[in-house]
Write a protein that binds this ligand. Structure first.
Ligand code: NAD
Length: 360
């Protein structure tokens, strides 16, 4: 079994962390009987330097014909890098926006998982996090308020601004189906989050999600108002499995959920379209302050690679093995500098990748 993966190492720590993720993927491939063919693609600052633009059409074409894309991070120091003297549409981040749009990635997945070994980084009280938590925020990424019509007008000498929040039933149905499919691979619970007591778009959201829920009798379904969800995330995060929500609510709730887990170097993510195709990347940026120093934590990228195996290739056993290997490394006391604490053994990026491979 072979899969084609477009690899975008990007800028800053990107090449270091993606190299470790590829090492771990190849180890999992040896053990579980699959191979990955990688094709490297430039995006971000490195593409500006080589091709004069942050993402070429040729690069997009390579991504489109692959089975999945693995991305490190892009961008440089926004105060000192010459990339940020260019007009906004030519800067590194414009490449990422163009890629997401061209690939029609409408579902964003951000897991929030509390590792027992890192719980000192969690800002919540111990009695709340006892036993850990493990949730997946599923956010609609291409509709809603961020893509609606907007304008600013002056009426009778007073400035007035409008943003419109629109969803049609097809947009809601496709993300809801994805959410329930993913719940079937996890603990079979979906919490759909809306503001149906006020917003028409939320009332339609709730109606369509309820219809989709009927096709998944094994999944426990509930709905929750977004203000309540924001409270519940810090009051009792253990209650959640998959949180399914629209674009703006998801933007806010996914940051809240990731904060309660502690470290930025541990946060993976995926963006999916309506096929098996997906873009997999850590939630953090290119960390130019530590680039090339063998200091970056590769775990967020390695866990994103595990998501790729699970969601794009249905290689659940191999994905589980990577996730368990990460846990074992932490249990064995190894830490990169960002998650280092007293009495633990500090290792670099490459060593962390090796230690995870040894445990697969
Ligand atoms: P950042 O996430 O790159 O870094 C914030 C802080 O966290 C830094 O101190 C950094 O050293 C640390 N950090 C981040 N990832 C780490 C890791 N894996 N291991 C250890 N420490 C880590 O955010 P920033 O400094 O605001 O942005 C730097 C550049 O990254 C900017 O150009 C920004 O536009 C870009 N960026 C890119 C993406 C992306 O590619 N998706 C996302 C966010 C920011």
């Amino acid at each position: 079994m072979n899969f084609n993966v477009a690899v975008i190492k990007g800028d800053g720590i990107g090449p270091e962390i993606v190299t470790e993720a590829q090492k771990v993927l190849d180890k999992a491939g040896e053990k579980f009987g699959f191979t990955l063919s990688y094709q490297e693609v430039l995006m971000g600052g490195c593409s500006i330097d080589a091709c004069g633009e942050p993402l070429t059409d040729e690069a997009i074409a390579v991504c489109k014909k692959s089975d999945a894309v693995l991305l490190g991070a892009i961008g440089g120091n926004t105060s000192t890098s010459p990339w940020y003297k260019l007009e906004p549409s030519k800067r590194p981040e414009a490449g990422l926006l163009k890629l997401r749009k061209s690939l029609n990635l409408f579902a964003n997945l951000r897991p929030a998982y509390l590792y027992e070994e890192l719980k000192q980084a969690c800002p919540l009280k111990e009695e709340i996090t006892e036993g850990g938590f493990d949730m997946m925020i599923m956010r609609e990424l291409t509709g809603g308020l961020y893509f609606g019509d907007r304008k600013t007008v002056v009426e009778n000498g007073v400035k007035k601004a409008y943003d419109s929040l629109t969803y049609d039933e097809n947009e809601i149905r496709r993300i809801a189906k994805r959410g329930f499919d993913i719940a079937m691979k996890r603990n079979k619970k979906v919490t759909s989050v809306d503001k149906a007591n006020v917003l028409d778009s939320s009332r339609l959201w709730r109606q369509v999600v309820e219809e989709v829920a009927k096709d998944y009798p094994e999944v426990t379904y509930e709905h929750m108002l977004v203000d309540n969800c924001a409270m519940q995330l810090v009051r009792d995060p253990k209650q959640f499995d998959v949180i399914l929500t629209e674009n703006m609510f998801g933007d806010i709730l996914s940051d809240e959920a990731s904060m309660v887990t502690g470290s930025i170097g541990m946060l993976s993510s995926a963006s999916l379209n309506d096929t098996k195709f997906g873009l997999y990347e850590p939630s953090h940026g290119s960390a130019p302050d530590i680039a090339g120093m063998n200091k970056a934590n590769p775990i967020a990228t390695i866990l994103s690679a595990a998501m790729m195996l699970r969601f794009s290739f249905d290689l659940d056993e191999a994905a589980d093995a990577i996730e368990v290997a990460v846990k074992k490394v932490l249990e064995d006391g190894y830490r990169t500098v960002d998650i280092m604490s007293e009495g633990k053994t500090q290792v670099g990026t490459v060593e962390m990748g090796d230690l995870i491979c040894q445990r697969i």
